[in-house]
Design a binder for this molecule. Structure first.
Ligand code: F6P
Length: 378
């Protein structure tokens, strides 16, 4: 029968618990045995595996974080690390692994699956496993679920956590706007997103920000003037405040990082507007999961179980994505390849390609913002 293990890896995200809940309950429903691996790949390497009970997922759907713990594991990115991980899985006779995590975590998952048969042989050669067990464990099906507040996975319209993070960001910016208008201030808000400007972009749309800096569109060489003109114009039109959003990965067209401090300095020196900085930081990654993330986590978790229990699919590697509100099973290798293409396009400075590869939902937001020239495009 199916023996499924589930882990969460990389940066946590609200809605991961909803996905875990669906994975556990659906596994029970389909008479599969289900196990937790604590603290991501790090826990897997350390042998931290236990049976998941049906009750263990009660009252977790509301909460942020991941109740089975997560980690960023360097060791798993090495062959030795994956060999240890494979031995833990095989000794527990796990034949399906579901990983809820971001790009890095799913790249690791793909590596593990592609090397699986070879890892089994090596364990036999090293006398760490019997030939019979290796034969029994020759097949491992793997399924990824994308959990990341950044929404930076090219093969899915949404990743679990982005909606909750945005709910928090929008609430925080609304609060800042109240105080900003009282004092006629400019606020520079830093939001997360590593190399992806989705959070900054969509938060700018939803809060009527005056200006936004995102990694995909490095600011032109004279961004200072463009930005100040825009901010000054808004004041002339009667707005008592300004909001500028800076994505943490924002940069100018020479590759220099654009920091909230640099933006503040420009506004104060050129416009003499009283300016404050608010860095939202990890509050974006915690707190209650939004309705949409609970639903998305549940749907993706269920689909992951359906995928691993389907006999015809169980030897392939998939990642569950969503496109136009329909779940889809994307071959994991293809999805990883597409993310690599995004990274390469970034390095080359081919920003149109970055936006195109990120997909329609991303591109359309860029267009909305460009149409109102709120984006720092050169
Ligand atoms: O990928 C999720 C994310 O929250 C990014 O937005 C951010 O750059 C990073 O993780 C922060 O990482 P850490 O968990 O190490 O603080």
């Amino acid at each position: 029968g199916k023996r499924i293990a589930v882990l969460t890896s990389g940066g946590d995200a609200q809605g991961m618990n909803a996905a875990l809940r669906a994975v556990v309950r659906l596994s029970y429903f389909h008479h599969a045995e289900i196990f937790y691996i604590r603290d991501g790949y790090k826990g897997l390497i350390a042998g931290s595996i236990e049976r998941a009970t049906w009750e263990s997922v009660a009252d977790v759907i509301q909460t942020g974080g991941t109740f089975i713990g997560s980690a960023r594991s360097k060791e798993f990115m090495t062959k030795e690390g994956r060999l240890k991980a494979a031995s833990v899985l095989a000794l527990n006779e796990i034949n399906a692994l579901i990983c809820i995590g971001g790009d890095g975590s799913l790249t690791g998952l793909q590596l593990l699956q592609s090397e699986w048969a070879q890892l089994m042989d090596e364990l036999v050669d090293l006398d760490k496993m019997s030939v019979e067990r290796a034969q029994r464990c020759m097949k491992l099906s793997v399924v990824g679920i994308v959990g990341s507040i950044d929404n930076d996975f090219a093969s899915s319209d949404m990743t679990i956590g982005a909606d909750s993070a945005l709910t928090r960001i929008v609430e925080a910016i609304d609060a800042v706007v109240d105080t900003a208008q009282s004092h006629q201030r400019t606020f520079v808000i830093e939001v997360m997103g590593r190399q992806c400007g989705y959070l900054a972009l969509t938060a700018a749309l939803a809060t009527e920000a005056d200006f936004v800096f995102v990694p995909e569109w490095p600011a032109g060489s004279d961004w200072q003037t463009t930005m100040c003109n825009r901010l000054a114009m808004m004041r002339t039109l009667g707005r008592r405040l300004n909001v500028v959003i800076v994505a943490e990965g924002a940069m100018d067209d020479k590759g220099n990082k654009i920091t909230p401090e640099a933006v503040q300095k420009v506004v104060e020196e050129k416009l003499k507007f009283d300016t404050r900085i608010t860095k939202l930081g990890h509050v974006q990654r915690g707190g209650r999961a939004s309705f949409l993330d609970r639903l998305l986590g549940t749907r993706m978790g269920a689909e992951a179980v359906y995928t691993v229990i389907e006999p015809t699919l169980c030897t392939e590697a998939y990642v569950i994505g969503i496109e136009g509100n329909k779940l889809k099973r994307v071959p994991l290798g293809k999805a990883i390849e597409r993310n690599k293409m995004v990274a390469t396009a970034f390095e080359k400075g081919d920003l149109n390609a970055v936006v195109r590869l990120r997909g329609k939902t991303f591109a359309e937001k860029v267009e909305y913002l460009q149409s109102t020239s709120e984006i720092a495009a050169s």
